[in-house]
Write a protein that binds this ligand. Structure first.
Ligand SMILES: [Zn+2]
Ligand SMILES: [Zn+2]
Length: 268
């Protein structure tokens, strides 16, 4: 919806002076500019003195060209981050020392590197790519040495994801048990809790009954193996439950009475 008389603010690109139309200066035009030349297209740049050291190109477009031109290839970046005197795998020392990744690691312990197309790549997959061929996305590059940091090509072998999982299971490295923060079956969990609550209520009622029959709290504590305060707690909650149930019953009676009353009033 447009409101009459209201206009979106637009920055004018020129303004009028007595001498005629003059182009609007940029807001950030430096007062005492340093003159530079764009490294890509060679045009002249005016830059603040404090920013001049880092300024290399005139525009976003030229910076994009520059970034591609300056990017170091995968091979160069890869070898900067490899330590060839890593640990020797304990279960197969004949493989020799691992070549460990000293760069960025992901959570599972694998090295991480940027591919030439700027996609994120795991370092051992990059190693396979540099030494042999680019591993297809449905294949896994696996470790003979079980060292996720290792990028040594003769410690690696290629297999399907299923083969890798089978290999992990055989070596006992796979995750066991339920995953954290997941309830596998909500219904089962709910039933379990209901059952526990019912069991607890039953026990509390039993303790209350014994207490009312004249057994002391100390004796009950010895009988059930609970501390005296916890016996008191259980008696208290059993009494509470009793009260709650009786209140429920009286509510039902009240409702029935009210219903009967309305029926009576409706009759002529
Ligand atoms: Zn330029
Ligand atoms: Zn290794």
């Amino acid at each position: 919806m447009e409101i009459e008389g209201a206009r979106a603010f637009e920055r004018p690109n020129s303004y009028l002076t007595p001498e005629g139309k003059v182009p609007m200066p940029s807001k950030f035009t430096p007062a005492n500019p340093i003159l530079l030349n764009c490294e890509v297209c060679g045009c002249e740049i005016q830059e603040f003195p404090s920013h001049a050291a880092n300024r290399r190109a005139c525009s976003r477009k030229c910076y994009a060209v520059l970034r591609v031109a300056l990017a170091r290839p995968l091979k160069e970046r890869f070898w900067k981050r490899v330590n060839k005197n890593g640990s020797i795998p304990a279960h197969c020392p004949e493989l020799g020392p691992c070549w460990e990744w000293v760069g960025k690691l992901i959570k599972k312990g694998y090295g991480r590197i940027m591919d030439d197309d700027k996609s994120v790549m795991l370092a051992h997959r990059a190693s396979w790519k540099l030494h042999f061929y680019s591993p297809p996305p449905d294949k896994a590059v696996c470790h003979k040495c079980d060292n996720p940091k290792c990028v040594r090509p003769d410690h690696l072998f290629i297999g399907t994801k299923a083969e890798n999982n089978a290999d992990m299971r055989q070596k006992g490295r796979h995750a066991h048990g339920p995953k954290p923060h997941t309830v596998i079956n909500r219904a089962t969990e709910y039933e379990r809790r209901l059952r526990l609550r019912a069991e607890r209520a039953e026990l509390d009622a039993e303790i209350l009954r014994l207490k009312e029959s004249g057994i002391t709290t100390r004796q009950l504590s010895v009988m059930y193996g609970f501390s005296v305060p916890s016996i008191y707690q259980r008696i208290y909650s059993a009494q509470g439950r009793k009260r709650y149930v009786s209140r429920k019953i009286t509510n039902i009676k009240e409702d029935q009475l009210r219903e009967a009353y309305t029926i009576l009033n409706q009759q002529p």
